[in-house]
Each structure stands twice: as C-alpha cells, then as structure tokens.
Design a protein around this ligand. Structure first.
Ligand SMILES: *Cc1c(COP(=O)(O)O)cnc(C)c1O
Length: 480
C-alpha cells in the first residue's frame, strides 16, 4: 500500500508540471500578450503573402522541454512569417475575414473553463448561449423559431449537415440514389460535391445549371430541366442556390428558385457561407429576398462576422430530418437523457464533444454591439467600388458589377494572349506578396480575383494594392 502511495506521489510531482502556478501563468500570459501585441501592431508592415516553405526541423515535436521564448521564436519565423497572412487587411484573395481580437479572448476563456458545449445537461449556459446565437441568425434570415441549427467548424461541415438532412428527409438510399437528381450552379462551392461523396450520394445525378451574364442561375431553364427529368422517370429532390458564390460573389435569384423548389417539392438548400451576413446591410438586404424559403441555410461567421477561422453555422427547418442521422442515444449517455430544455448541439452535428465556439462569437457581438459589424460590411461594399474605379482608370477590364465584395478583373493585353499575360501578372503579384490576390477562371478566361472582406482592409489598403498591381503590370509588360 505504502509503495502505491509513494508511486502516486512521485508521479504527481512530475504531472504537476501541467498545472502552472499563478506566478508561472502570469509569466506565460505576459509573453503571449507581448507576442500578440507585437503581431497586431506590426501587421500592416507584413507582406500578405510570403512564398516560402516552412523549415520542418524548427517545428518538429521532440519530447524534451523548451522555453516559451524559444518556441515563440520558431512560431514567428516558420508560421507567422510564411504563407498567406489571413489576419492582414492586405489579404484580398479567397474569402478573407481577418479575425477580430475579442473573439480570441473568447477562445481563451472557452479553453480555460473548458465548458462542455455538446449537451445542455453538461453546460446549460454554454448550450443556451450557442442556441441564442442560432436564434439570432434565425431572426435575421426569417427562419421559424422551431428550426434547429448548429455552430460548426466552418461552412464545409455546415453544408454536410444540411445535405445529410435533405438526404434523410427524402430517403435517398439504395436504388433511389441513381435516379435522384440535384440541381446547382457550376459555381457552387466544391465542399458541396465533397459532402455528396461523404454522405454516399456520389452517384446521384448532378445537373449543373446554366448561368446568366452575372453568373446567376437561369431559373427559366431550371423548371424545364426538372420537368424533363420527371418525364424520364427520375427523382428530382434538391436544388442548391448560393447567396454569394466564391468565384464572383453572385447571389442567385433566391425567391424564384424557392418558388420552383416548392412547386416541385424539392429540398431547397442555400449556401450563404460568404454572403449571408450582408443581409444586415440596408443596401443589399433586398438581394436576399427569398432566403427564408430555404429548408437549410449555411452562413460562415468566420467570413462575414470577421471571426477567426473555426466557426460556421447551419440552420435547418426540419428537425426530424436532422435528428435522423445525428440524434443518438447510448447507455453511457443515460444521465444526459433527461428531457433537455434546449436542443443539444450533439443532436444536430456529427460532433459529440466539441469546441465551445459560441463564446468566440457571443463575446465580440456583445462587447462591440452589432453596429460596427454592419458598418464594416458597408465599408467593404464601398471599398469594392473604390477598387474597381481605380482599376478601370489604370486600364484594366472589369467583370460585371458585383452583388457584394468579390469581383474580378484582367489586363487587356494586345500584344500577347490575354490568359498568358494575366497568368504571368498573377505570378508577379504573388512574388511581390505585399497584397495578396487570387485568380480564377470565368468561362475559361483567366482572371484576377479580389475578395474584400477582411475587417482590416481599409481605403489605404486598396491604395497600396493599386500601387503594387501597377508595379507588377510594368514587370509583366517588360517580361513579354
Ligand atoms: C467558404 C465557403 C464554403 C466553405 O466553408 P469553409 O468555412 O471554408 O469550410 C462554402 N461555401 C461558400 C459559398 C464559401 O464561400
């Protein structure tokens, strides 16, 4: 017995290391705080993109102890100073967000308290907070109170949960799979195709719909194709619209598609991961008319609310359809099986134990109030116009007037094939890296894409971007 106690005590001495004292915590906090402050205060000076590989040796885990100082040095040189800087306002590629500081503080508290946000029983407060955020989103998008929702890790998992509910509601399985049809835009996000494979619907028929000149779904054709499919004995079951495509930020005609979905009894899914929160702006609100017809909806707070990566959201009207795959009971969960006053996040998601994501959204919204978030969205809309005006003056061709803050442009080179010219231009832009822009293909044409959604993108950032683009344009002209 004594030797057992001795052994425990010996181990305790070692494991105690994992529980820093007040003084040690203060010292660690101070170093992290200093690092974070230095990062934020110098962020503007960092290039938005550094094309460099990470040195593996500096990041390899080995089992000995290291000082935080030493670790932060490697973190800085290998992680912070390489690749794309998503926190930078000069990140104008893909879909940025920025990552506001108060959300990081929410994450800190979520980790320290380590609340169990999967079950109401375990943390009624954490689950209520998350459900209140979902209720707020239901209100914004005119969803009924009875709808269920989940704060996911991002838009991909949110889409996965929504499509799973659609599959289960329409019982798309066995022989039905190959006869079933889904309708969507060729510009729908690729995570939808991934989700279909994951949930066993790889073999459904996917009809890529025709788009108009603004890259929006042509709804007249849609009804025709559905009728044709019905005539041929197929099983149309879902139509997917985007409220802000990734390529061009286009918002599909949501009302008209909703009408068609209703007429043909289809599940109506809308992916508003990028565009959703623009519904909060007076000038764009009307473009979202009809979003309330959706059976399921995806919105990404780590895009439109500028939160750090790691938070998406899904809303679904049919609770039963969601519960079919996600609600499960097990003997070891019997204590949790009391009738909960709130929906358990674990019943709306593949996750059981989950990060307590609500706090990183709730805290910033409550500390700052909603107004600066809306002002920031409006600011991004105007900066998009500002950027396009400047590009036009500089001799660039512009894609059509965007619905939101994603747009594209290219240089109309006369001397050399436009695609080849603009590809080279993007190479120079990436090699420069001060401001980061990505590229895409629109109807086979190589174009440069700008996505203005970082909370830190300001008028001065756009001026810097123009300066850099003109410099790279000169280099490209010299090259050819
Ligand atoms: C970003 C995005 C996604 C994917 O979301 P993640 O958060 O990256 O997983 C899906 N759809 C659209 C329209 C997006 O913009």
């Amino acid at each position: 017995m004594d030797s057992l106690v001795e052994k425990i005590e010996a181990l305790q001495k070692i494991s105690q290391e994992l529980e820093p004292s007040f003084k040690e915590r203060e010292s660690l906090n101070e170093q992290i705080r200093e690092f974070a402050n230095h990062f934020l205060d110098n962020l503007e000076a960092y290039p938005a993109y550094v094309e460099k590989d990470a040195v593996v040796e500096k990041l390899t885990f080995n089992s000995g102890k290291k000082t935080l100082k030493e670790l932060l040095t490697n973190f800085n040189s290998e992680v912070v100073l390489k690749g794309i800087k998503p926190a930078s306002g000069k990140h104008l590629g893909y879909v940025p967000g920025g990552g506001i500081y108060t959300a990081a503080l929410g994450d800190f508290l979520a980790s320290v308290t380590n609340e169990y946000a999967g079950m109401y029983y375990a943390s009624p407060g954490a689950v209520t907070m998350e459900n209140e955020l979902l209720n707020w989103m239901k209100k914004i998008f005119n969803f009924p109170k009875e709808a269920v929702g989940n704060l996911t890790s991002g838009g991909s998992i949110a889409n996965l949960i929504a499509l799973t509910a659609a599959r289960d509601k329409y019982q798309i399985k066995n022989d039905k799979i190959q006869k079933s049809v889904i309708y969507l835009s060729p510009q729908a996000h690729h995570c939808i195709h991934k989700a279909l494979r994951i949930i066993g619907l790889e073999d459904v028929k996917v009809r890529l719909l025709e788009l108009d000149e603004f890259s929006k779904i042509n709804t007249e054709k849609l009804a025709e194709i559905i009728q044709e499919d019905l005539k041929n004995g197929l099983n149309p079951f879902m139509v997917i619209a985007s409220a802000g495509t990734t390529d061009t930020g286009a918002i599909d005609p949501l009302s008209a598609i909703g009408e068609i979905a209703k007429n043909f009894n289809l599940w109506y899914h809308i992916d508003a991961a990028y565009g959703g929160f623009f519904i909060l702006t007076e000038s764009k609100k009307k473009l979202f008319k009809g979003i309330e017809f959706a059976d399921s909806l995806v919105i990404d707070p780590h895009k439109g609310l500028f939160l750090p990566y790691g938070i998406g959201a899904v809303l679904i009207k049919d609770k039963k359809a969601v519960f079919h795959s996600h609600h499960y009971t097990a003997d070891y969960m019997q204590d949790a099986n009391t009738v909960a006053a709130q929906i358990n996040p674990a019943d709306v998601s593949p996750e059981l134990t989950k990060h307590y994501r609500g706090l990183r959204m709730w805290l910033p919204l409550q500390i700052h109030g909603l107004e600066p978030f809306i002002a920031s969205l409006n600011e991004k809309l105007l900066l998009t116009i500002y950027f396009r005006n400047k590009l036009k003056i500089a001799g660039f061709e512009l894609g059509p007037k965007p619905d939101l803050t994603i747009s594209y442009f290219w240089y109309p080179s006369k001397k050399i094939d436009e695609n080849i010219f603009n590809e080279k231009l993007v190479e120079f832009i990436h090699a420069n890296g001060d401001v980061f822009l990505s590229s895409t293909k629109i109807g086979g044409k190589f174009v440069i894409r700008m996505a203005i959604l970082s909370v830190r993108t300001k008028k001065e950032t756009i001026d810097t971007a123009i300066e850099m683009i003109l410099k790279c344009l000169m280099q490209t002209k010299e090259y050819f």
